[in-house]
Design a protein around this ligand. Sequence first.
Ligand code: AMP
Length: 478
Amino acid sequence: MCGIVGIVDAGGVSFPLYYALYALQHRGQESAGISTFEGTTLYTHKAQGLVAEVFNSQTLQDLPGNAGIGHVRYPTTGSKVPENIQPFNFRYRGLDLSIAHNGNLVNTAELREEYERRGQIFCTTTDTEIMGSIIAEALRTSKSMEDAVLLCMRRLRGSYATVALLNDTVYAFRDPLGIKPLCIGKLDNGYIVASESVAIDALGGTFVRDVRPGELVRIDESGLTSTQIATANRKAYCIFEYIYFARADSVMDGTLVYDVRRRIGQKLYDVRPTEGDSVCPVPDSGIAYAAGYAKESGIPFLEGLMKNRYMGRTFIMPTQQQRERAIRIKLNTVRGNLKDKRVVLIDDSVVRGTTSRRIVNMIRDAGADEVHLRVGSPPIIAPCYLGVDVPTRTELIANGRDVEAVRKSIGATSLTYIPLEDLVEAIGCGEQNLCTGCLTGCYPVEINGEKSCHSIVDYVSGTHQSDLSTFKAGKGRT
Ligand code: AMP
């Protein structure tokens, strides 16, 4: 999972890109990068670390220009090496291309082999470089980004929300099923496209709409235009964005994520009304769910866990002992809110089960009488190949275990997951428009050795339809 942003703004873009990436930091903490273009030069600064560690005011001043893109990385493909940090730059016949991608391709190996057979040399191990090669190949013959994105959509299998900077023009496109989110905002003197609407809010911009699945958006100094490159018979919005990944204050494909989570919390009570003395969220992701559960049940919302928000990434600690210690620093109990209580503990998901087990133990150690775990997703039984770091089947605690076996393993007094139909109802767009691969083992794109639910994609070939009448905007106009 990663965060992407593209901005064209007459007042310069490096600082706005920086603040937008800051708002998207939850989508990736491994590395960050920005590319901008001015005159005839493409400028890039990227490094490992958090946004605030990678950039300072000098590095931002050294990124001039009114058009640019940015990326925060959470590694799903390609190892954690500096050459895999995005954006990636390509130079062809006087054209400078920089691209940044959120998602995961599932036919990278085939494409890579084909391109290597033709003599192409790759500098990284990421799927994004393949996308760059396909775009560059199309640009070599046609110079039209529409043709390049059409070729991408025909050839790439998987999820991709992509921003590209071609000289001083920003392009953004979303795979035909819309698996990864991408939205458009209006700024005072330009436009922004970003993974989540919180990046638009951070810049004081106005949310315009989501980029449609299969759509290519072009932004330059004269405004924003759009071309529908492909259309599919369904959508496949990533269900895990709603469950865990997106910020609760983001509006995603028409729905405020906080509302979805609150509705799930309400439904969690309705499917199994439980007596308790307090509703306690696992911070931060469980908070909206717990608000809904507390409202529906009438049981008081009472925080029994506090998160240290200044703590970095625990998973990079090299030893188990160090990781255990890091978790204790990251999360602590509020003993007075837990002692002698029947606690209804709410979390968004259980993946490996190690976090839940540890938290249930901490709450029991703090003196709770009972710990009833309520989970905002159904059991996660299958890996994600489309951009979320959900591990292999053998690592998933719910794979091959029934709910009672998971409960025992975690040590909770009782355990209830939200049923899939309730989750889908809480999101509101219908199961046929969601990717539920990690919950059902059935994926919206073909993946070797896995079950796939059929999706049909039509491509606009030859001339491309431009819906300028509904979506043309000059500089400074909405
Ligand atoms: P565990 O069951 O130990 O694997 O941890 C699950 C918890 O980690 C969930 O409650 C989420 O808050 C969080 N989580 C879930 N999925 C991911 C993911 N792909 N990457 C990082 N954290 C995650």
